[in-house]
Design a binder for this molecule. Structure first.
Ligand code: NAD
Length: 248
């Protein structure tokens, strides 16, 4: 029995990295998948990969910093598939490592706009749709940086802590309305997001991992499937850490 048979799964930032791997995993589990991402993203390659996994897939253009774009993407999803069962709010950015004093206010705001306000606005309209149809599941992409500090990443860390806050509040507010809201907290995963990290930093990321390696996107996707499916039916308002033991 597939875990997401006939479920409509909407993935922001679904064209790359963790979003794309989650889209492929959802398709393998029987889902109808919506990849929602920027028009200039690598979405065609993602569509091909999901189709090859045997899934029905739709691309919708989305900029999570724009409320109208979010509302349109969800409306298009519902028009095409009739409902929205699972949302993975995964679109996110980083802008490199800057000491607190060297972090520009503009960069801070840009990161917060995508990583935190974007998640809030997506959740608002996903939950609105859930209320119309009688429930649904949200999985938010936080980070290990949502649970602890990381020098040089003030904006990113603040945004990912905020995502866990939104997760907890929505989980409590909607628990009696057939909605579950949880988050994923991965350590460094080998995706395009960290491809430009200098070799010294990359080696440091690896050496800080008890398994002495970075994570793979498919390892995060498996955790997504758990939180998205009925396997986690009593799990709400919490986070699943995927970090090889870094935080333990
Ligand atoms: N890779 C890691 O080490 C790691 C670790 C922990 C958490 N995360 C988080 O996982 C998520 C995905 O990261 P990734 O590593 O797959 O990165 P990625 O750069 O490979 O993918 C991010 C995707 O988000 C999309 N995106 C960016 N801005 C957007 C916007 N305004 N509207 C819509 N889509 C937008 C991009 O086009 C891209 O497809 C992010 O939220 C990131 O913070 C990543």
């Amino acid at each position: 029995m597939k875990k997401l048979e006939n479920k409509v799964v909407f993935i922001t930032g679904g064209a790359s990295g963790l979003g794309r791997a989650s889209a492929v995993a959802a398709a393998r589990e029987g889902a109808q998948v919506v990849i929602a991402d920027l028009l200039n993203s690598d979405y065609r390659a993602a569509l091909d990969e999901v189709k090859a996994a045997g899934g029905e897939v739709l691309f919708v253009p989305l900029d999570v910093t724009n409320s109208a774009s979010i509302q349109q993407a969800i409306a298009t999803t519902v028009e095409k598939f009739g409902r929205l069962d699972v949302a993975l709010n995964n679109a996110g950015i980083g802008e490199g490592f800057f000491s607190f004093l060297d972090t520009s206010e503009e960069s801070f705001q840009r990161i917060l706009n995508v990583n935190l306000t974007g998640v809030f606005t997506c959740m608002k309209y996903e939950l609105t749709q859930f209320m119309k149809q009688g429930g649904g599941v949200i999985v938010n992409m936080s980070s290990l940086a949502g649970l602890r500090g990381a020098p040089g990443l003030s904006a990113y860390v603040a945004s990912k802590h905020g995502v866990l806050g939104l997760t907890r509040v929505a989980a409590q507010e909607f628990a009696r309305r057939n909605v579950r809201v949880n988050a994923l907290c991965p350590y460094y995963i080998d995706t395009p997001l960290i491809k430009d990290a200098p070799e010294e930093l990359r080696n440091q990321m690896i050496s800080m991992s008890p398994m002495k390696r970075l994570g793979r996107a498919d390892e995060v996707a498996k955790a997504f499937i758990y939180l998205a499916s009925d396997d986690s039916s009593y799990t709400n308002g919490t986070q699943l850490v995927i970090d090889s033991g870094v935080i333990s």
